[in-house]
Ligand binder design. Sequence first.
Ligand SMILES: [Fe+2]
Length: 410
Amino acid sequence: MNETISIQQLKSGMFVVEVTKQTGKVKIKNQGWVKTAEAIKKLKKVGVLEVVIDPSKTLQKDPPPPVKTEQVDVQNSPEDTVHNEPQTPADPWASSVSFEKEVGKAQKLYNQAKALQKRAFADIQQGKNIDVKPFKDVAHGFMDSVFRQQDALTCLTRMREKDAYLMEHSINVSILITIFAKHLGFSSDLIHELATGALLHDIGKVKIDEDILLKPSKLTDEEFEQIQQHAHFSKEILEQAGLSGIAIEIAGFHHERIDGSGYPYGKKGDELSQYARMAAIIDVYDALTADRVYKTGLTPIAAFKILKDGAGTAFDDTLVNQFIQCIGVHPVGTLVKLSNHKVGIISRSNPSNPMRPVVKVFYNAKHSRYIEVEDINLAKGWADVELEAAVKPELFGLDLMRFFKSSMIG
Ligand SMILES: [Fe+2]
């Protein structure tokens, strides 16, 4: 049953049906979820005093929200403070924004985040404090994109540049923690704090000698001790910047392990919050799957295996399982080979049948040549084609980044 509440009682995650009292002239075109504290502020600013909500649709922490929510794509109008209902609620995984439409926006956001990382590193090196506002804005951008169409940003986390690990790792951890927290049904305010903290979780590396940081060979004990301090420096930098406790926890404790074997503080068990435990899992997952100058990244399945091996000792067992379930064995962005010899990237997952996702094919392995890009939806009309395996681009001499940029973003 619907409930009438004052604007002061409105919380992010609530589903607004209509505005019943206001001093302005706001018209809510579409019923929908209010997803951020900023959105509520905006409603207050335009004079909204009272709204009707549908409490049955409030996004709960547990169980996860039953549907993906979409954001109205209208600029500078009061309507864009409220988020649309999915267009096809019968399909819980439907997205009203297509992957192709979202991917350009996602790439822009990703580049913006990269530029921001560079600037923050430079600021700290010059002894300045970091300006956290743009990081908070990027975190909001990630959230909005993930809630509109999470496959686009997920795909970008799989497109690595070998020499950009330092920048890309923090961005990827932020995107992955946003997706994971959404999967766990966290409130939007909480997701935002996690995403912001993750963007800055390795900022303390700026205080570590670059030669040690980028050393491809085995570190000496002394060098390793120095590297371990980066988490402590990150914590200090974020404390000075006035960020929230959750962001500070992620930065300070992402290398701690529940059995006490982590660093730099050697915290264990109950001393580590759910957020620090999530960050630890994602940090390792992204590091393992990343291509570096001196090594090729593992496939997601191989990385999951390592996480599973550490579950219950180093990592939180339940969270490891939930993370694997959230990302899926063949995450969006994975390069796969099909039984018809075509090679492509998974562009849309299929949670009800993970082995039959949508694959954007662009290469024929039998003829060793690029082919016209085509979407193959293995769940629809391709009964005779199977997903054979996840493959490494090197196997076919493929340049994924080149393909991705030219074929999908334009
Ligand atoms: Fe780290």
